[in-house]
Design a protein around this ligand. Structure first.
Ligand code: PMP
Length: 355
């Protein structure tokens, strides 16, 4: 830290992204990316857009917002786009939280939430998940503040029914409820249709997972017009050109090729079912996942040990050294071939502990 670094960030611990080794010799199952390339239409439209890179991107992002509004059945005024859904989440912490309106989220969830709270200087409370890793809805309701809830949750993969989300929305009319649907296409149900009924609902989504555009950095927020206006006030005050024109058009192409996304999501679901079954046969405990990853624990083997052993074998998964979950691995659902390599390695590791 330099002596010039602002006092206000002295306790800030930044988010640690999953490793990006930059070589192709790893079986990479650590950052929940899609194992499939982007839709050819996404690539084609991005390439065409590259020819106009001398011009600034459209600050209103009309093309991608129009496409999203058509696809999701909401008005253009209900849509904001960002540099990944991370940016929309960051804007939501900045726009809606302050010392009187803290952020509230489960203790085990997306690791960026506490960082967004810290960097935006807002207090936050963590509500412990139940022992079975499900969300304590009453705990969220009974804790003052705006609720951030990943659904399906990460890293557990567990989906919370929309009836429970509605309970929170009804009980917390004076707070914003942010439903982070990064993984919804892999088995969840979207809360987007509820935005008409609940002016306090903001749903965020991403092109990084089911639409294979993680490197493009494109996310969105869907909500009541006033909420979206608030987010735009901050977006225009920070970076009106937050989504570049190639990415905007890649997103348009990805949305137009909806069949491609659906086919890939079905493949991921089938591979997830296989992976889940095989891990259970190996004696792993794992909850049923509705996402493109599983969260698995093998009693008697530390998560850190399994992570290291897999890494030695050129397989990357994610391990969080956090109490309650440090015996677990979060494993992205890759291709069938990658899954078999992983399973073979795990079999080998657990048959020779300490090797
Ligand atoms: N929410 C959750 C729960 C996530 O796991 C991620 C991916 N790390 C994001 C949001 C952000 O995704 P992106 O910024 O790529 O849209």
């Amino acid at each position: 830290m330099s002596r010039y670094f602002s006092e206000k960030y002295k306790n800030l611990t930044p988010y640690t992204p999953g490793e990006q080794p930059g070589t192709r010799d790893f079986v990479k199952l650590n950052t929940n990316e899609s194992p499939f390339p982007p839709s050819p239409l996404a690539v084609k439209l991005a390439e065409e857009a590259a020819r106009n890179l001398n011009l600034y991107s459209d600050p209103e992002l009309k093309k991608i917002r129009a496409e999203l509004s058509g696809r999701l059945g909401v008005g253009m005024e209900n849509v904001i786009c960002g540099n990944g859904s991370d940016e929309i989440l960051d804007l939501a912490f900045a726009a809606f939280c302050d010392k009187n309106r803290p952020a509230v989220f489960p203790d085990i969830t997306y690791g960026f939430y506490p960082v967004f709270a810290e960097v935006n200087q807002v207090p936050y409370k963590e509500v412990p998940l139940f022992e079975d890793l499900t969300v304590d809805v009453d705990g969220l309701i009974n804790t003052k503040g705006n609720v951030f809830i990943a659904n399906p949750n990460a890293p557990t993969g567990i989906f919370l029914g929309l009836d429970r989300i509605e309970e929170i929305l009804r009980a917390k009319k004076d707070s914003v409820v942010i439903v982070d649907e990064a993984y919804v296409d892999f088995g969840g149900e979207s809360a987007v249709p509820l935005i008409e009924k609940y002016p306090n609902l903001l749903v965020t989504g991403t092109f990084s997972k089911s639409r294979s555009l993680a490197g493009g950095r494109l996310g969105f927020g869907i909500g009541n017009k006033e909420l979206i206006n608030d987010l735009n006030t901050l977006r225009y005050s920070r970076n009106p050109y937050n989504v570049n024109s190639m990415t905007e058009m890649a997103g348009v192409g990805a949305l137009r090729d909806d069949e491609y996304m659906k086919k890939n999501a079905e493949t991921v679901k089938a591979t997830r079912a296989y992976l889940t079954e095989e891990l259970r046969k190996l004696g792993f405990y794992l909850p049923d996942s509705s996402a493109n990853f599983v969260f698995a624990e093998k009693k008697g083997f530390g998560g850190a040990y399994l992570y290291e052993e897999l890494k030695k074998r050129k397989i990357l998964v994610r391990h969080f050294s956090k109490p309650r979950i440090d015996s677990f691995l979060r494993i992205t659902v890759g291709t069938m071939e990658q899954t078999d390599i992983l399973l073979k390695a795990l079999k080998n590791i657990i048959s020779r502990p300490g090797d």
